[in-house]
Design a protein around this ligand. Structure first.
Ligand SMILES: Nc1ncnc2c1ncn2[C@@H]1O[C@H](COP(=O)(O)OP(=O)(O)O)[C@@H](O)[C@H]1O
Ligand SMILES: [Mg+2]
Length: 217
């Protein structure tokens, strides 16, 4: 099982939206079973999940102290991916969550304020020595600021090629316990979420390749 922790110290950067959309996308593309864990006290992801009529992705609830055991149990029961949504704060808890990750996703809105705030998150993840991927969220199409944000983030690490654009259906679908691609499977939103899931999965393939190289070299 791969554990994907979605973190960013900036509230509203799109963590919860990303967690829900990627977990549903994993299920939709046959990379199942996908699980969700909401570690944010605000409970937005849990509320979304409660509104959902579909059985998948499943959501696990466990006290923070039992998370490591709970994840091990989930893996034993055959889970393929577990997405962990987090609170927008730096704390002992956020550091512990990052330590559990196989991959950390850092959503960033293309704005100066979001860019300035990202260094704290990057420091946390780099200190833990975890692989990470920046995900551009709520991007305005063709905005210069998006290209500038990608250029600035590239100095720190890898940026997912597929951007999540600012589109009403992302928020609208969440209200009804669904995701944008579920509402419109042929939409541009569906295309970018599918592209992003491929980008995320490729991080694992590359890690396997590079670790194999080390082993044989
Ligand atoms: N791609 C998007 N397009 C439009 N609205 C979005 C998008 N991503 C998130 N939102 C909206 O922005 C707000 C913050 O997103 P959310 O995922 O809750 O961020 P976080 O979990 O980081 O605080 C929510 O109201 C959400 O519906
Ligand atoms: Mg959230």
């Amino acid at each position: 099982m791969k554990i994907i922790v979605i973190t960013s110290q900036k509230g509203g950067s799109g963590k919860t939206t990303l967690a829900a959309h990627l977990a549903v996308e994993a299920e939709r593309s046959g990379d199942a079973p996908a699980w969700l864990i909401d570690t944010d006290e605000q409970g937005t992801l849990s509320q979304w999940h409660e509104r959902r009529e579909q059985d998948t992705p499943q959501r696990a609830e466990m006290p923070f102290a039992r998370l490591a055991d709970g994840l091990a149990n989930m893996a034993e029961r055959g889970a393929a991916y577990c997405f962990i949504d987090t609170a927008p704060t730096i704390s002992a808890q956020s550091a512990a969550l990052v330590n559990l990750a196989d991959l950390v996703l850092i959503p960033v809105r293309p704005s100066p304020a979001d860019l300035w705030a990202v260094s704290e998150t990057v420091a946390l993840v780099k200190n833990a020595g975890k692989p990470f991927l920046f995900v551009i969220t709520q991007a305005k199409p063709q905005a210069t600021i998006t290209a500038q944000t990608v250029a600035a983030l590239s100095q720190h690490g890898r940026v997912a090629q597929s951007f999540i654009t600012d589109r009403v259906p992302y928020a609208g679908a969440m209200t009804g316990g669904r995701t944008a691609p579920e509402l419109s499977p042929k939409s541009a939103a569906a295309e970018e979420v599918a592209g992003l899931w491929e980008n995320v999965k490729s991080c694992f393939h590359e890690k396997i390749k590079s670790s194999k190289k080390v082993k044989h070299g």
